[in-house]
Design a binder for this molecule. Sequence first.
Ligand SMILES: O=C(O)C[C@H]1C=CC(=O)O1
Length: 91
Amino acid sequence: MLFAVRMDVDLPRDLDPVVRQETVAREKAYSQDLQRSGEWRHIWRIVGQYSNVSIFDVASNERLHEILWGLPLFPYMTIEVTPLASHPSAI
Ligand SMILES: O=C(O)C[C@H]1C=CC(=O)O1
């Protein structure tokens, strides 16, 4: 099942810099593990924003929920999920 997911990150200005650095590093490792496994197919930066658009290929809605819930930056994100279907004009 394919999903487009938009993640907007909003880290508090007063967040401890060490916590910030550790959380961002854990997020990167978590994301790259899922990219290697094939569940996180694409990640694109939205120009000029601390946001990304990602494509996930997962077995179920529950699996996507589990992945998103487990994001180290999850507490600081607004997430929008769009389920995708094949387009009849796709070649
Ligand atoms: O930078 C972001 O867009 C947020 C987040 C998503 C994956 C990752 O490594 O960081």
